[in-house]
Design a protein around this ligand. Structure first.
Ligand SMILES: [Zn+2]
Ligand SMILES: [Zn+2]
Length: 422
């Protein structure tokens, strides 16, 4: 048994878990998907947590706190094995154990990292294995409360905070569960619902602890809120930490204007007075950047760094957010940064940036970021509820979710695909 085990984590069926606990990951090393995908290295033997834990197929006596039939079957889009497309299957509806919550899912975003889950991993490479239900950007309505859960009401709209840590380490206590330092005690080490544990691409989703639920502010419905929990939260976190370097007169550069990048432009516009320069290789993306609030859009090429320098009076950009993260984009960032600026790597292309006394410019900080914190999710949901950020959304019913992923893979989606199981 690992120490600091969360009392409220889902129950584990007999013979399931309690494999030897070992984190396998040095403190501070980021969880899924970046390091694992980038280096291909195994995280070692982590405690296996059965994805169906907490599901009890047998119907219980009528529960006055819930609506709907207990023990009923529901549909779920599951990754059944590595290197495969997910399948639509029937599962028993989950029931909340003590301290847990079940939500009816209103929206589950189809994220690019799910394509990595489907195609880029081998058994033993991740701390968990299929089968599990996909969908790690989720929102819905409270459906059933486990024993002892207070502060939530049946039918209340909520967003799900996706990265599930242990809940007890210093990072988790301040809400930064992305950087949990005791992941062996979390529901799915380095992951969460849709990443090792069952996610939101099903009619109902088990939430192992109420702290993972954020009530939706007025003006935001679950379909619109779902992509905010990842495609909004990830750029928000990356930008927020650099706010101090983005006063009036500063310049922020967004490299890569896709799902996260266009949200990044909107968030910069909504929360800073910086001038925003967007860079992409695609004309359509530059149009999206300008429509999202960018002041200038540059087609990426060998002279882009020089163009950024000349657009900033020779000083360079104060903050550069790289939503691609390749060798080429990082070299551009290094050449375009202002002294004492920030270069933040959000994209998982796995490129490198040589750092020496001579470059990048003096006191430039280079950092990678992963997802965001619970308090930041509350903040970015507020931005969305007030219409200050608004992802472009295309909805798909659950039975067409595989098609949504295929279109995502083919680059045919404009905006975020959100699956609507309910
Ligand atoms: Zn994602
Ligand atoms: Zn933790």
């Amino acid at each position: 048994m690992p120490p600091h085990r969360d009392r409220t984590e889902p129950k584990v069926p007999a013979g399931g878990a309690d494999a030897p606990a070992a984190t396998g990951r040095p403190p501070g090393e980021a969880p899924f998907p970046r390091f694992i995908g980038r280096t291909g290295k195994s995280l070692g033997a982590l405690r296996y947590f059965p994805p169906n834990a907490g599901m009890h197929p047998a119907a219980s006596a009528a529960d006055p706190q819930t609506t709907g039939e207990r023990g009923a079957a529901m549909r779920a889009l599951r990754l059944m094995r590595w290197n495969s497309e997910p399948e639509l299957v029937e599962l028993p509806e989950p029931e909340p154990g003590p301290g847990q919550v079940v939500i009816r899912v209103g929206g589950a975003g189809a994220c690019h990292s799910d394509l990595h889950l489907m195609h880029d991993f081998q058994p033993g490479q991740m701390p968990w294995d299929p089968p599990f239900t996909l969908g790690h950007e989720n929102a819905g309505w409270v459906h059933a409360l486990g024993e002892g859960v207070t502060g939530l009401e049946i039918g209340q709209p909520v967003a799900v905070y996706g990265p599930w840590g242990c809940g007890f380490c210093e990072r988790c206590r301040v809400g930064v569960e992305t950087y949990c330092e005791n992941t062996s005690a979390s529901p799915a080490p380095g992951g969460g619902g849709g990443l090792g544990a069952d996610g939101g691409m099903s009619e109902f989703m088990l939430i192992p602890h109420p702290r993972f639920l954020v009530p939706l502010p007025d003006g935001l419905d679950p379909v619109s809120a779902a992509p905010i929990t990842d495609a909004g939260l990830t750029p928000y976190h990356a930008i927020r930490r650099s706010w101090g370097k983005l006063p009036p007169g500063s310049t922020a550069v967004v490299i890569g204007v896709g799902g996260l990048g266009h949200m990044g432009v909107q968030i910069l516009k909504a929360t800073t007075a910086a001038r925003i320069i967007a860079v992409d290789t695609r004309e359509a993306a530059l149009k999206l950047a300008l429509a999202s609030g960018a002041d200038q859009a540059l087609l990426s090429g060998k002279d882009t760094a020089a163009e950024i320098r000349s657009a900033t009076g020779g000083r360079g950009a104060d903050v550069i957010l790289d939503f691609v993260g390749s060798d080429a984009t990082l070299a551009m960032a290094g050449a375009a940064a202002r002294m004492v600026g920030d270069i933040t790597i959000v994209g998982i292309a796995g490129g490198t940036l040589p750092v020496s006394f001579f470059s990048p410019p003096y006191e430039v900080s280079v950092q990678s970021t992963y997802w965001g914190s619970r308090p930041e999710l509350i903040e970015v949901l507020d931005l969305a509820a007030r219409g200050l950020v608004s992802p472009t959304i295309v909805t798909y019913p659950l039975e067409r979710a595989v098609e949504a992923y295929r279109r995502l893979q083919a680059g045919e989606l404009s905006g975020r695909a959100v699956i609507t199981p309910s």
